[in-house]
Design a protein around this ligand. Structure first.
Ligand SMILES: Cc1cc2nc3c(=O)[nH]c(=O)nc-3n(C[C@H](O)[C@H](O)[C@H](O)COP(=O)(O)O)c2cc1C
Length: 349
Protein backbone atom coordinates (compact mmCIF):
# COMPACT_ATOMS: atom_id res chain seq x y z
CA UNK A 1 0.00 0.00 0.00
CA UNK A 2 1.47 3.37 -1.05
CA UNK A 3 0.34 6.71 0.38
CA UNK A 4 1.94 10.10 0.95
CA UNK A 5 2.88 8.81 4.42
CA UNK A 6 4.77 5.75 3.16
CA UNK A 7 6.60 8.05 0.73
CA UNK A 8 7.34 10.69 3.38
CA UNK A 9 8.85 8.25 5.89
CA UNK A 10 10.26 5.71 3.42
CA UNK A 11 8.26 2.83 4.93
CA UNK A 12 6.34 -0.08 3.40
CA UNK A 13 2.98 0.16 5.18
CA UNK A 14 1.07 3.29 6.27
CA UNK A 15 1.03 2.08 9.88
CA UNK A 16 2.64 3.80 12.83
CA UNK A 17 3.02 2.63 16.41
CA UNK A 18 2.20 5.58 18.67
CA UNK A 19 4.67 6.74 21.28
CA UNK A 20 3.35 5.19 24.51
CA UNK A 21 5.19 5.83 27.76
CA UNK A 22 6.53 2.57 29.29
CA UNK A 23 5.32 0.60 26.23
CA UNK A 24 7.00 2.00 23.10
CA UNK A 25 10.46 0.79 24.17
CA UNK A 26 13.36 0.09 21.77
CA UNK A 27 12.50 -3.55 21.04
CA UNK A 28 8.87 -2.63 20.23
CA UNK A 29 9.96 0.27 18.03
CA UNK A 30 12.43 -1.93 16.16
CA UNK A 31 9.86 -4.72 15.74
CA UNK A 32 7.34 -2.33 14.17
CA UNK A 33 9.90 -0.69 11.89
CA UNK A 34 11.38 -4.04 10.83
CA UNK A 35 7.86 -5.18 9.92
CA UNK A 36 7.48 -2.25 7.53
CA UNK A 37 5.65 0.24 9.77
CA UNK A 38 7.08 3.19 11.70
CA UNK A 39 7.86 2.54 15.37
CA UNK A 40 7.91 5.60 17.62
CA UNK A 41 9.93 5.58 20.84
CA UNK A 42 8.18 7.15 23.86
CA UNK A 43 10.60 9.34 25.80
CA UNK A 44 8.12 10.34 28.56
CA UNK A 45 9.76 8.33 31.35
CA UNK A 46 13.34 8.78 30.05
CA UNK A 47 16.03 11.33 30.85
CA UNK A 48 18.34 12.68 28.15
CA UNK A 49 21.00 9.96 28.62
CA UNK A 50 18.41 7.19 28.55
CA UNK A 51 16.89 8.70 25.41
CA UNK A 52 20.28 8.63 23.69
CA UNK A 53 20.88 5.03 24.76
CA UNK A 54 17.39 3.98 23.59
CA UNK A 55 17.95 5.56 20.16
CA UNK A 56 21.26 3.74 19.80
CA UNK A 57 19.64 0.47 20.89
CA UNK A 58 16.96 0.86 18.19
CA UNK A 59 19.69 1.42 15.61
CA UNK A 60 21.38 -1.82 16.67
CA UNK A 61 18.11 -3.71 16.25
CA UNK A 62 16.93 -2.30 12.91
CA UNK A 63 18.21 -0.31 9.96
CA UNK A 64 14.69 0.86 9.08
CA UNK A 65 13.30 4.37 9.70
CA UNK A 66 11.86 5.06 13.17
CA UNK A 67 10.71 8.00 15.24
CA UNK A 68 10.68 9.40 18.76
CA UNK A 69 7.83 11.05 20.63
CA UNK A 70 8.28 13.99 23.00
CA UNK A 71 5.20 15.25 24.85
CA UNK A 72 6.43 18.77 25.41
CA UNK A 73 4.34 19.33 28.53
CA UNK A 74 6.22 16.52 30.31
CA UNK A 75 9.25 17.52 32.37
CA UNK A 76 12.51 16.98 30.48
CA UNK A 77 10.76 16.44 27.13
CA UNK A 78 12.50 19.31 25.33
CA UNK A 79 15.91 17.91 26.39
CA UNK A 80 14.90 14.51 25.03
CA UNK A 81 13.84 16.08 21.73
CA UNK A 82 17.22 17.87 21.54
CA UNK A 83 19.02 14.54 21.99
CA UNK A 84 16.92 13.02 19.18
CA UNK A 85 17.87 15.95 16.94
CA UNK A 86 21.55 15.50 17.77
CA UNK A 87 21.21 11.81 16.93
CA UNK A 88 19.48 12.75 13.66
CA UNK A 89 16.45 10.54 14.30
CA UNK A 90 14.49 10.24 11.01
CA UNK A 91 11.07 11.23 12.46
CA UNK A 92 10.38 13.46 15.45
CA UNK A 93 6.82 13.45 16.77
CA UNK A 94 5.88 16.06 19.34
CA UNK A 95 2.65 16.52 21.30
CA UNK A 96 1.19 18.95 23.83
CA UNK A 97 3.23 22.00 22.82
CA UNK A 98 4.76 24.11 20.04
CA UNK A 99 7.49 22.39 18.03
CA UNK A 100 8.63 25.13 15.61
CA UNK A 101 12.24 24.88 16.88
CA UNK A 102 12.13 21.10 16.32
CA UNK A 103 11.04 21.63 12.70
CA UNK A 104 13.87 24.04 12.06
CA UNK A 105 16.56 21.74 13.49
CA UNK A 106 15.19 18.47 12.02
CA UNK A 107 14.92 19.90 8.53
CA UNK A 108 18.61 20.82 8.62
CA UNK A 109 19.53 17.11 8.47
CA UNK A 110 16.51 15.95 6.44
CA UNK A 111 14.47 14.70 9.41
CA UNK A 112 10.67 14.77 9.29
CA UNK A 113 8.48 16.31 11.98
CA UNK A 114 4.98 15.24 12.93
CA UNK A 115 2.73 17.19 15.30
CA UNK A 116 0.12 15.33 17.32
CA UNK A 117 -3.02 17.47 17.34
CA UNK A 118 -6.63 17.28 18.49
CA UNK A 119 -8.11 20.24 16.61
CA UNK A 120 -7.92 22.13 13.32
CA UNK A 121 -6.42 25.33 14.77
CA UNK A 122 -3.34 23.56 16.15
CA UNK A 123 -3.03 21.44 12.99
CA UNK A 124 -3.06 24.51 10.73
CA UNK A 125 -0.50 26.26 12.89
CA UNK A 126 1.75 23.18 12.78
CA UNK A 127 1.47 23.13 8.98
CA UNK A 128 2.29 26.84 8.83
CA UNK A 129 5.50 26.50 10.81
CA UNK A 130 6.66 23.63 8.64
CA UNK A 131 5.54 20.28 10.09
CA UNK A 132 5.59 17.48 7.51
CA UNK A 133 2.44 15.70 8.74
CA UNK A 134 0.02 15.65 11.64
CA UNK A 135 -1.33 12.85 13.78
CA UNK A 136 -5.02 13.61 14.34
CA UNK A 137 -6.00 12.13 17.69
CA UNK A 138 -9.72 11.59 18.19
CA UNK A 139 -11.72 11.34 21.39
CA UNK A 140 -11.76 7.53 21.40
CA UNK A 141 -7.95 7.34 21.70
CA UNK A 142 -5.98 6.21 24.71
CA UNK A 143 -4.77 9.08 26.91
CA UNK A 144 -5.12 12.61 25.51
CA UNK A 145 -7.80 12.74 22.84
CA UNK A 146 -10.13 15.72 23.13
CA UNK A 147 -13.80 16.36 22.40
CA UNK A 148 -13.92 15.56 18.67
CA UNK A 149 -13.99 11.94 17.48
CA UNK A 150 -11.64 10.51 14.85
CA UNK A 151 -14.58 10.13 12.47
CA UNK A 152 -15.06 13.94 12.37
CA UNK A 153 -11.52 15.16 13.11
CA UNK A 154 -9.78 13.33 10.24
CA UNK A 155 -11.97 14.64 7.39
CA UNK A 156 -11.97 18.14 8.85
CA UNK A 157 -8.14 18.20 8.88
CA UNK A 158 -7.78 16.37 5.56
CA UNK A 159 -9.89 19.01 3.80
CA UNK A 160 -8.16 21.97 5.45
CA UNK A 161 -4.48 20.98 5.28
CA UNK A 162 -2.01 20.33 2.49
CA UNK A 163 0.25 18.07 4.59
CA UNK A 164 -0.81 14.45 5.12
CA UNK A 165 -2.96 13.41 8.06
CA UNK A 166 -2.41 10.27 10.13
CA UNK A 167 -5.50 9.05 12.00
CA UNK A 168 -5.12 7.99 15.64
CA UNK A 169 -7.73 6.77 18.07
CA UNK A 170 -10.09 3.94 17.28
CA UNK A 171 -7.93 1.95 14.86
CA UNK A 172 -7.24 -1.72 15.65
CA UNK A 173 -7.52 -3.59 12.34
CA UNK A 174 -8.03 -3.39 8.58
CA UNK A 175 -11.52 -1.96 9.00
CA UNK A 176 -9.98 0.97 10.88
CA UNK A 177 -7.25 1.47 8.27
CA UNK A 178 -9.70 1.31 5.33
CA UNK A 179 -12.08 3.65 7.17
CA UNK A 180 -9.30 6.14 7.95
CA UNK A 181 -8.17 6.18 4.30
CA UNK A 182 -11.78 6.75 3.23
CA UNK A 183 -11.98 9.71 5.61
CA UNK A 184 -8.95 11.32 3.98
CA UNK A 185 -6.09 10.06 6.17
CA UNK A 186 -2.90 8.76 4.53
CA UNK A 187 -1.99 6.42 7.37
CA UNK A 188 -2.95 5.32 10.87
CA UNK A 189 -1.25 5.36 14.26
CA UNK A 190 -2.17 2.54 16.63
CA UNK A 191 -1.53 2.59 20.36
CA UNK A 192 -3.88 0.25 22.22
CA UNK A 193 -3.67 -2.48 19.53
CA UNK A 194 0.14 -2.44 19.53
CA UNK A 195 0.22 -2.47 23.34
CA UNK A 196 -1.50 -5.86 23.45
CA UNK A 197 1.05 -7.81 21.43
CA UNK A 198 3.62 -10.47 22.21
CA UNK A 199 6.57 -8.08 22.12
CA UNK A 200 4.87 -5.46 24.30
CA UNK A 201 6.33 -5.01 27.80
CA UNK A 202 2.80 -4.47 29.20
CA UNK A 203 2.23 -6.70 32.25
CA UNK A 204 0.27 -9.92 31.52
CA UNK A 205 -2.54 -8.90 33.95
CA UNK A 206 -3.34 -5.92 31.77
CA UNK A 207 -2.92 -7.79 28.48
CA UNK A 208 -5.58 -10.22 29.77
CA UNK A 209 -7.85 -7.41 31.00
CA UNK A 210 -7.51 -5.56 27.67
CA UNK A 211 -8.99 -8.61 25.94
CA UNK A 212 -11.86 -8.98 28.43
CA UNK A 213 -13.01 -5.36 28.36
CA UNK A 214 -15.56 -3.97 25.89
CA UNK A 215 -15.64 -0.68 23.97
CA UNK A 216 -17.65 0.76 26.87
CA UNK A 217 -15.05 -0.08 29.52
CA UNK A 218 -12.93 3.06 29.54
CA UNK A 219 -13.12 6.17 31.72
CA UNK A 220 -12.54 9.67 30.32
CA UNK A 221 -11.70 12.31 32.89
CA UNK A 222 -9.62 15.37 33.68
CA UNK A 223 -9.07 14.15 37.22
CA UNK A 224 -6.38 11.55 36.46
CA UNK A 225 -3.42 13.57 35.14
CA UNK A 226 -5.00 17.03 34.93
CA UNK A 227 -5.73 16.80 31.18
CA UNK A 228 -8.64 15.03 29.46
CA UNK A 229 -7.40 11.46 29.53
CA UNK A 230 -8.89 8.03 28.64
CA UNK A 231 -7.95 5.04 30.78
CA UNK A 232 -9.09 1.44 31.31
CA UNK A 233 -12.04 1.14 33.70
CA UNK A 234 -10.52 -0.65 36.71
CA UNK A 235 -10.75 -0.34 40.49
CA UNK A 236 -7.45 1.58 40.49
CA UNK A 237 -8.64 4.05 37.83
CA UNK A 238 -11.94 4.70 39.63
CA UNK A 239 -10.08 5.38 42.88
CA UNK A 240 -7.60 7.75 41.21
CA UNK A 241 -10.32 9.71 39.40
CA UNK A 242 -12.51 9.96 42.51
CA UNK A 243 -9.57 11.34 44.52
CA UNK A 244 -8.38 13.78 41.83
CA UNK A 245 -5.89 16.09 43.50
CA UNK A 246 -7.41 16.03 47.02
CA UNK A 247 -5.16 17.10 49.94
CA UNK A 248 -3.83 13.54 50.44
CA UNK A 249 -2.94 13.22 46.74
CA UNK A 250 -1.32 16.64 46.82
CA UNK A 251 0.94 15.49 49.67
CA UNK A 252 1.65 12.19 47.89
CA UNK A 253 2.74 14.15 44.83
CA UNK A 254 5.75 15.45 46.78
CA UNK A 255 7.59 12.09 47.06
CA UNK A 256 6.25 11.05 43.65
CA UNK A 257 7.98 14.10 42.12
CA UNK A 258 11.35 12.66 43.12
CA UNK A 259 11.34 10.54 39.98
CA UNK A 260 10.77 13.70 37.92
CA UNK A 261 13.63 15.51 39.70
CA UNK A 262 15.87 12.55 38.96
CA UNK A 263 14.82 12.59 35.32
CA UNK A 264 15.67 16.29 35.07
CA UNK A 265 18.96 15.76 36.89
CA UNK A 266 17.88 18.38 39.47
CA UNK A 267 18.19 18.25 43.26
CA UNK A 268 14.66 17.52 44.57
CA UNK A 269 14.50 20.68 46.74
CA UNK A 270 15.45 22.84 43.75
CA UNK A 271 12.62 21.35 41.68
CA UNK A 272 10.19 21.74 44.58
CA UNK A 273 11.00 25.42 45.17
CA UNK A 274 11.04 26.10 41.41
CA UNK A 275 7.62 24.55 40.94
CA UNK A 276 6.09 26.38 43.89
CA UNK A 277 7.46 29.65 42.48
CA UNK A 278 5.99 28.99 39.02
CA UNK A 279 2.38 29.49 40.13
CA UNK A 280 -0.47 27.29 41.32
CA UNK A 281 -1.56 26.07 37.88
CA UNK A 282 1.90 24.77 36.99
CA UNK A 283 2.38 23.25 40.43
CA UNK A 284 -1.03 21.54 40.19
CA UNK A 285 -0.29 20.14 36.72
CA UNK A 286 3.08 18.80 37.84
CA UNK A 287 1.51 17.24 40.95
CA UNK A 288 -1.09 15.50 38.76
CA UNK A 289 1.65 14.26 36.41
CA UNK A 290 3.86 13.02 39.25
CA UNK A 291 1.00 10.92 40.66
CA UNK A 292 -0.17 9.74 37.21
CA UNK A 293 3.36 8.66 36.18
CA UNK A 294 3.58 6.48 39.27
CA UNK A 295 0.15 4.90 38.70
CA UNK A 296 0.88 4.14 35.02
CA UNK A 297 4.25 2.65 35.94
CA UNK A 298 2.77 0.32 38.57
CA UNK A 299 0.11 -0.75 36.06
CA UNK A 300 2.41 -1.42 33.10
CA UNK A 301 5.40 -2.83 35.04
CA UNK A 302 3.88 -4.41 38.17
CA UNK A 303 0.45 -5.32 36.75
CA UNK A 304 -1.29 -3.80 39.79
CA UNK A 305 -4.99 -3.57 38.85
CA UNK A 306 -6.16 -2.39 42.29
CA UNK A 307 -4.00 0.76 42.36
CA UNK A 308 -2.43 1.12 38.91
CA UNK A 309 -3.99 3.01 35.99
CA UNK A 310 -3.54 2.16 32.29
CA UNK A 311 -4.33 4.56 29.44
CA UNK A 312 -6.28 2.64 26.76
CA UNK A 313 -8.49 3.58 23.86
CA UNK A 314 -12.04 2.40 23.23
CA UNK A 315 -10.61 -0.10 20.72
CA UNK A 316 -9.66 -2.25 23.69
CA UNK A 317 -13.14 -3.73 23.10
CA UNK A 318 -12.14 -4.82 19.58
CA UNK A 319 -9.14 -6.88 20.69
CA UNK A 320 -9.43 -10.64 21.04
CA UNK A 321 -5.90 -11.98 20.67
CA UNK A 322 -2.24 -11.28 21.44
CA UNK A 323 -0.42 -11.42 18.09
CA UNK A 324 3.11 -10.30 17.21
CA UNK A 325 3.43 -6.73 15.93
CA UNK A 326 4.31 -8.13 12.50
CA UNK A 327 1.02 -10.06 12.46
CA UNK A 328 -0.88 -6.91 13.45
CA UNK A 329 0.70 -4.92 10.64
CA UNK A 330 0.42 -7.55 7.91
CA UNK A 331 -3.15 -8.59 8.63
CA UNK A 332 -4.27 -4.95 9.01
CA UNK A 333 -2.95 -4.14 5.54
CA UNK A 334 -4.35 -7.34 3.99
CA UNK A 335 -7.77 -6.80 5.54
CA UNK A 336 -7.87 -3.14 4.47
CA UNK A 337 -6.91 -4.03 0.88
CA UNK A 338 -9.65 -6.67 0.79
CA UNK A 339 -12.25 -4.26 2.17
CA UNK A 340 -11.29 -1.54 -0.32
CA UNK A 341 -11.52 -4.02 -3.19
CA UNK A 342 -14.85 -5.51 -2.09
CA UNK A 343 -16.54 -2.27 -1.16
CA UNK A 344 -17.39 -1.47 -4.76
CA UNK A 345 -19.14 -4.84 -5.16
CA UNK A 346 -20.89 -4.48 -1.81
CA UNK A 347 -22.65 -1.25 -2.70
CA UNK A 348 -23.10 -2.11 -6.37
CA UNK A 349 -22.20 0.22 -9.19
C1 LIG B 1 0.00 3.18 27.79
C2 LIG B 1 -0.07 4.38 26.90
C3 LIG B 1 0.83 5.42 27.10
C4 LIG B 1 0.79 6.56 26.27
N1 LIG B 1 1.74 7.53 26.45
C5 LIG B 1 1.78 8.58 25.58
C6 LIG B 1 2.84 9.53 25.65
O1 LIG B 1 3.74 9.42 26.49
N2 LIG B 1 2.84 10.57 24.75
C7 LIG B 1 1.86 10.70 23.79
O2 LIG B 1 1.90 11.65 22.99
N3 LIG B 1 0.83 9.82 23.71
C8 LIG B 1 0.79 8.76 24.56
N4 LIG B 1 -0.22 7.82 24.45
C9 LIG B 1 -1.28 8.01 23.42
C10 LIG B 1 -0.87 7.37 22.09
O3 LIG B 1 0.27 8.04 21.59
C11 LIG B 1 -1.98 7.43 21.00
O4 LIG B 1 -2.41 8.75 20.82
C12 LIG B 1 -3.19 6.58 21.29
O5 LIG B 1 -2.81 5.33 21.85
C13 LIG B 1 -3.99 6.33 20.00
O6 LIG B 1 -5.23 5.77 20.25
P1 LIG B 1 -5.55 4.17 20.27
O7 LIG B 1 -5.02 3.71 21.58
O8 LIG B 1 -7.01 4.10 20.13
O9 LIG B 1 -4.81 3.52 19.14
C14 LIG B 1 -0.20 6.67 25.25
C15 LIG B 1 -1.10 5.61 25.05
C16 LIG B 1 -1.04 4.48 25.84
C17 LIG B 1 -1.99 3.34 25.56
Amino acid sequence: MKTRITELFGIKHPIIMSGMSWISVPKMVAAVSSAGGLGILATGPLDANQTRQAIREIRELTDKPFGINASLLFPGAADNARVALEEKVPVINFALGKGDWIVQMAHEYGGKVVATVTNYRHAKRAEEYGCDAVIATGNEAAAHGEAVTTFCLVPSLASGLNIPVIAAGGVADGRGLAGALALGAEGVAMGTRMMTTQESPLHENYKRLSLEKTVNDTLYSKRFDGLWCRVLDTEGARKAIKAGLNPIKLIQAIPNSRAIAQQLGLPFTKLFIGVLGSGWNNAKQLAYMANAFKLIRIATEDGDTKNGVLPVGQVTGLLNDIPTVREVIERTVEEAEKIIKELGEKVGS
